[in-house]
Structures are given as structure tokens and as C-alpha cells.
Design a protein around this ligand. Structure first.
Ligand code: ADP
Ligand code: ZN
Length: 621
């Protein structure tokens, strides 16, 4: 019965790992805790049981925008879903209450505040099938999404002793898990932990680029992905505004988003991004929860994040629909100094320094980056992923002893009184004000590294920091110091292996879309990725004509979204559009077999899409 309903309402043929077991557990009346990465498919775990059960499922969600997304998506699938909240009119809310009392509502979304207010009213008058607490990590004080009202949800377990309760989250750490179980007072819960691997996300890092070089790299990166939605995360509000302006100058539809902006402006930017009207949002971490847009195709970190947790949550916003999506992290010395300072001055210095150290390990890795991430989340990954930049271009090592000696000698000769950039300038023989002020122009090391490009020097210095030959005196104007191990190198007692600096990001030249996506990856990865996408997509390679048809269907989707006053990705995911562009159904019946198309969407959209495809095929031929 579950499987039939999965097809009927959501248009999917099979369950993802753990989904079915979770549903059986809830339907048998048990409490459960579900830990799944973003995009893993948590929602269906309570939506489907709600659909097949008698009564109404109550879903607690922290944000009105999230509720709206979910309710709209369910309506698009033909499910009676409603939200009760403070932005709806009193009339609308009264209407929702009536429907719930009449049993004509399958899922009711509400905030914890509303829920507590309705506890002895509406909720007592209706038949509740199950209670789902979404984004359950909001109960934990230790995370960044803490919501005090969530901690009061413990009363639910007593008030509704016969109703099964579910808690769902994408936050995996043990403290959060313990907090959820304790605060929500779940009764003998079954705990489901999915793998946190997101095989459709590619992972890359670019190290040691200056501001200018980063801007060029980002512009190229976006140009290679014309029209595809992405998010750029920056550390500072000012950077988001500057970068967004630079991108706009280059003809890219970009907007900044940060917590310092007026609420109305933030809402406008977020709304336009969700509706595919803005291609790129350049944001601080304030742009986060509530971004359920399934077709974010890439996430760039313009600065190093503070921890792997934040990094993983942020890249997790890409590729929720399961299609291949890219992530790119820039890492340079300036970020490091800045973040060290934050950590040092934060209330929890040790914890934050440790978090930053783990983030650096990822950024500096010479081994598979996915393994580092999975190990961090406590999943033993026993083989390299083949899809990250390290796997695709394993570092080429060479004897860098002489280069190291030049740099270390330059540092020692400044009396260890120079910072990172000044050391580079000395090596390169640049007569900058700082070099002049220190009298470094007269040093024998001045200009000994002229044959090595500045970008490479910056990279090598980062490698020396990583290897512990050099350290930064954060309390002494960030001057570089040579460590005892560094002295061993300087005096020839120790050899140094360096990784060669990679020249350029391999730039895809192929047309946008899947063919290009695949060209950026190792061939052995390709099949795996596309089989992860599943449902017919692996059967054929994407051609450029599929690509054009995809664009046509994307335009049709935008038109339908406007007609229905909803968002494009709520009408249909990119993944469904891709499959339509490849399979080109000739009849409504064939249309209904495409993944993501249930009965309701077949009725509502089948004819429009089949016609658009037929017209296009005629015109194309
Ligand atoms: P989460 O809430 O865990 O971030 P969602 O519930 O939004 O993830 O699901 C992510 C995407 O995966 C959605 O587009 C959803 O429709 C899709 N999905 C969920 N379950 C399945 C399934 N069994 N088969 C195919 N797609 C699925
Ligand atoms: Zn890898």
C-alpha cells in the first residue's frame, strides 16, 4: 500500500534506503528519530504515513517559509495539507481549523508557538494520526539554530500518549541527538541514521588565491554554468555586497544577502532566488535554513568556513534533487588569520580552535576529501571517492627542500618580524612599503625566489604552515616564525616534499548540463553518479538537443509557476525536467511514468508538457 501511494502521490517507484523501515515503524505506533542528510528524503517519511492513515498528522516546523514550501508541494501532489500561522488571515486560519475538525486535512503544519497555543483547543478536537517534529535540532542549545520554544515540545508526549512521534533532522552530532531524545521525551524510540554521504556533490578546493584571482575564478566558474542557480558564502557582510556588485558588473544576475539588511530586502532577494529570477545569491551564513530550493546546482565558499559542520550544512543546500552539483572552497592565508582571531576571542576558544583545525584539514587535504568529511561524521569510509579534486588530480610531489630553505631563510633574516605577504614580497624581490620600512631590500634573500610565481609562493608557504615548519605569531601582528622542525629544514637536516601547485581549474568547454557535468569528473565516476540519479537517466547520454529542450521545459515550468502563484521547483524538480527532456514522452500516459510525476501532476500538467515536447520535436527536426 505504501509503495502504491508513493507512486500515486509522489511519482516515485522505489524507496530510498531506510525510508520504508521508518514508515513501518511509525505506522506500528512507535516513536522514532530520523537522522538523514539534507536532501536525503526525510519529508516523505512522515508525509506518506500521514496520507495512508486516518486523521491528521501534525508537523512542527520552525519557519513559515518552510511550511509554505511543504504545503505547496503537497498540494501539487494532490494532498490536503494546510498550515496554521500568524501571517495567514484570521479567516484562512478559521477555515483551516474547521477542515481539521472535519477530518478533511491530512497534514497540518504549525510553528511550536502556534502548537502550544492550540494545545487545549483545536488539537483536542481533532484526530491526530502522528506528530512530526521537523528540524528537531532546534531543541539543542549547542547548535546555531536554537529555538527556545522547541524545548517546550516535551509536553506533547504526555498530552498525546497514544500518538506516535517522530523527530527529524540533518544534524548528526551526538550532543544534538541526545538533546532531541531528552527534550522531546521520545518513548523507546527507534533511531534511524542514514549515511551522510552525498555522492552527487563534487568537492574541490582552491588554495592561496588573491582577491583578484578569486574573483576571476568565480566568474569563470559561473560562466561555465550559465543560468544555473548557486550560492556564494562569504565571511563578511561587506564582501557579499562588494562581490555581488562585481558579479553584476560582469553581467551575472547576483544579489547580496546578510543579516544587516532590512527584513524586506532580505525577503525580496530570497524570494527572487527561489523563483529562479536571481541566479546567484552572495550571502553570509544568515542565508540558510528555509532554503529548500531543490535546484541549487552549486555552492561556493569564498572564504574558509568556521567548522566542518557549517561547511557541510552549507554545501548541503546544493543538489537536493539528487542531480550532480558542484562545490568549491577558496582557502587563503587571510581567512586563516581572520578565523584564528575569531576563535581566540570567542567565549569557547578551545572548542572553536579545534573546529577550525578540522576545517583546515579538509582544505589542506592531500587525501580524498569525501573520506575526511565522512570520517568527521563518524562514518568509516574505506575507499577513495574518485569524485573529489584530490581523487581526480592526485597531488604531484617533488623535492622542495631548496624552496623551503629560501623561504625559511628569508623569514629568519627579517628577525621573524614580517608577515605572510611581506615574506612573499621579499622572495619575489618586490620593493613594497613594508619591505622598505623593514630595510629588507638589502637582505641577501631579497629576490631569490623571483623565478617562482607569487601565487605558488603563497601556496608553498601554506604548505610549510601545514607541515609545521612555520607558525604564525597571532599575538605579535601575525608575524611568521620558524619552528624547530623548520630549522632542521633550513640547516639541511631534513628534506621537504611539496605538492605541485595546480595551474588552473579544469574548465569545462562542453555545453551546459549533464554532458558537461560528466566531463568534469573522472570517467569511472560518471556511471556511478548517473545511476545515483536513476530512473532512465543513465540509459542515454545527454545531448545538446536534450539541453535545448530542457531549457524550453524550464521556461514552461516558470510559466506554470507564475500561473499558479508558486515556485518553479515546487511544480517539478530539475531532475524530473531532465528526464522529460531525455525521454520525450509522446502521450500523457507515458508522461505519467516519469519519476516525480504522480497522478495529480499527470492530470494537471501532462497535456501541457506533452504538447510542448511535440511542438519542440517538430520544430527541431
Ligand atoms: P530532506 O527533507 O531530507 O532535505 P526532502 O524530503 O526534501 O529531503 O527530499 C529531497 C528530494 O528527494 C525531494 O525532491 C524528494 O521528492 C526526493 N525524494 C524523496 N524520496 C524519494 C524517493 N524514494 N525516490 C526519489 N526521490 C525521492
Ligand atoms: Zn575523493
Amino acid at each position: 500500500m505504501l509503495r502504491e501511494s508513493l507512486k500515486k502521490y509522489f511519482g516515485y517507484d522505489t524507496f530510498r534506503p531506510k525510508q520504508e523501515a521508518i514508515m513501518h515503524s511509525v505506522l506500528s505506533g512507535r516513536d522514532c528519530l530520523v537522522l538523514m542528510p539534507t536532501g536525503g528524503g526525510k519529508s516523505i517519511c512522515y508525509q506518506l504515513p500521514a496520507i495512508v492513515s486516518e486523521g491528521t498528522a501534525v508537523v512542527i516546523s520552525p519557519l513559515i517559509s518552510l511550511m509554505k514550501d511543504q504545503v505547496d508541494s503537497l498540494r501539487q501532489a494532490g494532498v490536503e495539507a494546510f498550515a496554521l500561522n500568524s501571517v495567514q488571515s484570521a479567516d484562512d486560519n478559521a477555515c483551516v481549523r474547521r477542515r481539521c475538525r472535519e477530518g478533511a486535512c491530512k497534514l497540518l503544519y504549525m510553528s511550536p508557538e502556534t502548537l502550544l497555543a492550540e494545545l487545549s483547543g483545536l488539537l483536542m478536537d481533532m484526530k491526530i494520526s502522528l506528530i512530526a517534529v521537523d528540524e528537531a535540532h532546534c531543541v539543542s542549545q549547542w547548535g546555531h539554530d536554537f529555538r527556545p520554544e522547541y524545548t517546550q515540545l516535551g509536553v506533547l508526549r504526555e498530552c498525546f500518549s497514544k500518538v506516535p512521534m517522530m523527530a527529524l533532522t540533518a544534524t548528526a552530532d551526538k550532543v544534538t541527538r541526545r538533546d532531541i531524545l531528552e527534550q522531546l521525551k521520545l518513548r523507546d524510540p527507534e533511531v534511524f541514521v542514514s549515511s551522510f554521504d552525498r555522492p552527487n556533490l563534487s568537492l574541490s578546493v582552491r588554495r592561496g588565491l588573491t582577491g583578484k584571482e578569486k574573483l576571476r575564478a568565480v566568474t569563470d566558474f559561473i560562466a561555465a554554468r550559465s543560468g544555473e542557480s548557486g550560492i556564494i558564502y562569504c565571511l563578511a557582510r561587506k564582501t557579499t555586497e562588494k562581490l555581488a556588485a562585481e558579479l553584476r558588473l560582469r553581467g551575472i544576475h547576483a544579489a547580496a544577502y546578510h543579516a544587516g539588511m532590512a527584513a524586506a530586502d532580505r525577503e525580496r532577494v530570497q524570494g527572487a532566488f527561489l523563483a529562479d529570477e536571481i541566479q546567484v545569491t552572495v550571502a553570509t551564513i544568515a542565508f540558510g535554513m528555509g532554503i529548500d530550493k531543490s535546484n541549487v546546482r552549486w555552492v561556493v565558499h569564498y572564504n574558509l568556513p568556521k567548522s566542518i559542520e557549517s561547511f557541510y550544512q552549507e554545501i548541503g543546500r546544493a543538489g537536493r534533487d539528487g542531480l550532480p552539483s558542484d562545490t568549491l572552497l577558496f582557502y587563503n592565508y587571510g581567512d586563516l588569520v581572520q578565523l584564528e582571531k575569531f576563535a581566540r576571542e570567542s567565549g569557547q576558544r578551545e572548542i572553536n580552535e579545534e573546529r577550525l583545525a578540522r576545517m583546515r584539514e579538509y582544505a589542506e587535504a592531500g587525501v580524498c576529501r569525501r573520506r575526511i568529511l565522512l570520517n568527521y561524521f563518524g562514518e568509516a569510509a574505506d575507499r577513495d571517492c574518485g569524485g573529489c579534486d584530490v581523487c581526480r588530480h592526485p597531488p604531484v610531489r617533488f623535492d622542495g627542500s631548496v624552496l623551503a630553505q629560501k623561504a625559511l631563510s628569508a623569514i629568519v633574516r627579517t628577525g621573524e618580524q614580517a608577515g605572510f605577504q611581506t615574506v612573499v614580497d621579499i622572495l619575489r624581490g618586490n620593493f613594497t612599503p613594508a619591505v622598505a620600512a623593514g630595510g629588507y631590500g638589502a637582505l641577501p634573500t631579497f629576490g631569490v625566489g623571483r623565478d617562482v610565481p607569487p601565487r605558488d609562493w603563497r601556496d608553498y608557504l601554506l604548505q610549510f604552515l601545514q607541515m609545521g615548519f612555520v607558525e604564525v605569531a597571532y599575538d605579535e601582528n601575525n608575524h611568521l616564525k620558524v619552528t624547530p622542525q623548520g630549522r632542521d629544514v633550513l640547516f639541511g637536516r631534513r628534506r621537504v616534499e611539496l605538492s605541485r601547485v595546480e595551474r588552473e581549474n579544469p574548465k569545462p568547454k562542453a555545453p551546459r548540463g549533464a554532458a558537461k557535468q560528466a566531463s568534469r569528473r573522472a570517467p569511472e565516476r560518471e556511471t556511478e553518479l548517473w545511476s545515483a540519479v536513476g530512473n532512465g537517466l543513465e540509459a542515454r547520454k545527454v545531448s545538446s538537443s536534450d539541453e535545448k529542450l530542457f531549457d524550453r521545459l524550464r521556461a514552461l515550468r516558470a510559466e506554470l509557476a507564475r500561473e499558479q502563484k508558486t515556485l518553479p521547483y515546487i511544480i517539478m524538480t530539475d531532475r524530473t525536467l531532465r528526464e522529460l527532456a531525455m525521454r520525450r514522452p509522446c502521450s500523457v500516459e507515458e508522461f505519467s511514468t516519469v519519476s516525480g510525476i504522480g497522478d495529480f501532476k499527470t492530470k494537471r500538467y501532462g497535456r501541457r508538457f506533452v504538447e510542448a515536447i511535440a511542438n519542440w520535436v517538430e520544430g527541431d527536426a
